[in-house]
Write a new protein. Structure first.
Length: 620
């Protein structure tokens, strides 16, 4: 009987079960040993490394943006950020044997200094008890930090951060753009040159003791940050300030919806000022509206109205389609063109006008007759030659090319519309570049904002090459360019910009007043008022495009009244700042032209000139 029981206990089934169990245990043990010798060993080492070492990012300092004269437009300052390490803080409280009441007392003291509700701070630390970094306050003052330090609470620390700073506030905001909370560029030059300005962060790996205090840093554990390069712009802060002052004052005076101003050096293409209204402060980017940040001088094309006329008359003169002294038989009461049924009218019934006065008086009838003679293709070629319909290539994102429809797609009536500044779209920057052609002898410059880059130590590493006029496209011959510039110099004297009152310089330019389309129709109460011109006439140093959108019609809306005077102020103030010598007295129009000008009297003309300028002597 006993033998039977023993045989049942030591049956082959039980033997196999025992063997399988032993083998499984051995396999598990072998697997565990293998794990500990491979992945587990690496994990253990990593845990030990984390306990014994602390890795800290060394943030690169963002490069400074300077204006052309060395003024800081955007800089970086280092500030201290206060943070809490909840995991370490609570571990120290436990190690020190503090009771819950004592821990709560410590947190209450800290909350009082932090000017936080103690319950709110307790909840925050409880929710993030396993976190190693909870940001409490940025840009903390030294006095504030001393009070925190005197509390002697473990787990409260400081870390340096770099904060972007715009010392001139909103000046040149649409050029600079701004940076986000993460320190990366979001708009403007800050975005375009992100890689140049940002640099590259470094790293420091510090050996620490049980209280997380640094002991030493090995040479191989330190990677220095590569600070960002500095950028020098063509913007002149003083001219930018003048442009913004005049633009803001004008928009507020006429209760305008928006406005733009571009000031350019016509010889080099350097942008000296670029302003938009309304504007914003890059320091508080999050407080601004998207429409405020829109760089309308580049991205919002509009129908230019009469400011397009010089770019039709100039080529017409160069191609011998007309002459300065040709007299056009303008009928009183309106001109019925064969190209459309609606008659073309002028504000004033001048009667016959010379080509010179068609531009000076801004005659739509005269321009229509000229457009009929030129035809669709030559009219298109004339305007396209000045770069309209194409981006200028300025170093900012989002530039709009405007709109210039190919002549093959024009209807007959489009000729009449185009010569009056409709049926096409332009940007203020394009207008400024186009006027530069008449200011520099017929060359088409490329507008640009970048002047140089410097290394973190301030040494020059790249100078953007200056444009040589002789290397630029000759859009119109120098003689014709000088002729058109002289005609445009008559606009402030006896033309549509007589409201400009200069005291030092002879200026030249063209006004524009254009209806604005709303819901597909031209609105009789909404206008764009503009002026584009330059000075001094004898040796142009500056060109300005000054555009005001939707001024209050009850106050005024004509380009010569709304935009002309502030544009003249910008030119006069800026030229004086640049110490440009005063202009001599403007000469009379050529005799063959003077004899056909509308109501021209040399004596009256001279008196008008004497009121406009404090004339310099010929010897000056």
């Amino acid at each position: 009987m006993d033998d039977c029981q023993d045989s049942q206990f030591f049956s082959p089934r039980w033997a196999r079960l025992v063997i399988v169990t032993i083998v499984a245990a051995l396999l598990a043990l072998i697997g565990r040993v293998g794990y500990l010798q491979t992945y587990g060993r690496e994990k253990t080492i990593r845990q030990a490394e984390r306990q014994q070492h602390m890795t800290e990012t060394l943030f690169a300092r963002r490069g400074t943006i300077y204006d052309a004269t060395g003024n800081v437009l955007a800089g970086t300052v280092q500030t201290q950020t206060l943070f809490i390490d909840p995991k370490f803080m609570f571990s120290q409280f436990i190690e020190q044997g503090l009771t819950p009441a004592q821990i709560r007392e410590r947190i209450d003291k800290l909350a009082g200094v932090l000017e936080m509700d103690s319950t709110e701070l307790e909840n925050l630390l409880d929710e993030r008890s396993e976190s190693r970094f909870v940001k409490i306050r940025a840009n903390a003052s030294p006095e504030y930090l001393k009070v925190i330090h005197d509390l002697k609470i473990d787990g409260v620390g400081l870390t340096p951060i770099h904060e972007r700073y715009y010392p001139m506030g909103s000046l040149a905001a649409h050029v600079l753009g701004g940076v986000g909370a993460d320190g990366h560029g979001l708009e403007g030059i800050e975005l375009v040159l992100e890689k140049t300005l940002a640099g590259k962060d470094g790293e420091k790996r510090t050996r620490k003791d049980a209280r997380r205090r640094g002991i030493y840093v090995a040479a191989d554990d330190y990677l220095a940050p590569l600070h960002g390069q500095h950028v020098v712009l063509t913007i002149d802060a003083n001219i930018q300030m003048i442009a913004e002052q005049e633009l803001n004052a004008t928009c507020q005076k006429y209760r305008a919806k928006s406005g733009e101003c571009v000031v350019i050096d016509p010889r080099s293409g350097e942008i000296l000022a670029l302003a938009n209204y309304p504007t914003f402060n890059p320091q508080f980017l999050e407080d601004s509206k998207p429409e405020w940040r829109s760089n309308r001088a580049l991205v919002a094309p509009f129908e230019p109205g009469s400011t397009i006329k010089p770019y039709i008359v100039g080529p017409a003169l160069a191609w011998n389609v007309t002459r300065q002294d040709e007299v056009w038989p303008l009928p009183r009461g309106g001109y019925r063109s064969s190209l459309r049924s609606k008659p073309v009218t002028d504000v004033y019934n001048y009667g016959p006008l010379s080509t010179w006065d068609v531009l000076v008086k801004s005659s739509n009838m005269g321009m229509t007759m000229l457009g009929e003679r030129m035809g669709k293709q030559r009219l298109y070629d004339a305007i396209a030659a000045f770069g309209f319909g194409h981006r200028t290539g300025i170093e900012l994102k989002g530039e709009d090319p405007g709109m210039l429809i190919p002549a093959s797609r024009w209807g007959n009536a489009d000729v009449v519309s185009t010569v009056q500044g409709y049926h096409l779209l332009v940007t203020p920057l394009q207008l400024a570049r186009a006027m530069s052609v008449y200011a520099n002898g017929g060359r088409l410059v490329k507008p640009h904002l970048l002047k140089a880059t410097l290394n973190p130590e301030g040494q020059l590493i790249n100078r953007y090459p200056d444009q040589q006029l002789s290397d630029l496209p000759q859009i119109i011959d120098a003689t014709t360019a000088a002729e058109v510039r002289r005609i445009l110099a008559d606009v402030p004297v006896r033309g549509t910009a007589r409201s400009i009152t200069t005291t030092t310089y002879n200026l030249f330019g063209k006004t524009g007043t254009a209806h604005i389309t709303k819901n597909g129709n031209y609105n009789e109460s909404s206008y764009t008022s503009s002026f584009v011109g330059g000075g001094p006439y004898e040796n142009p140093r500056l060109v300005v495009a000054f555009i005001i959108h939707e001024p209050d019609k009850s106050l005024d809306y004509h380009g010569g009244k709304v935009s002309g005077p502030p544009a003249g102020n910008i030119l006069e103030r800026s030229l004086a700042y640049l110490q440009v010598p005063a202009s001599p007295q403007l000469t009379l129009p050529p005799p063959q032209v003077a004899r056909v000008l509308f109501s021209f009297d040399p004596k009256v003309y001279a008196r008008r000139l004497s009121k406009l300028t404090n004339l310099a002597s010929a010897d000056d």
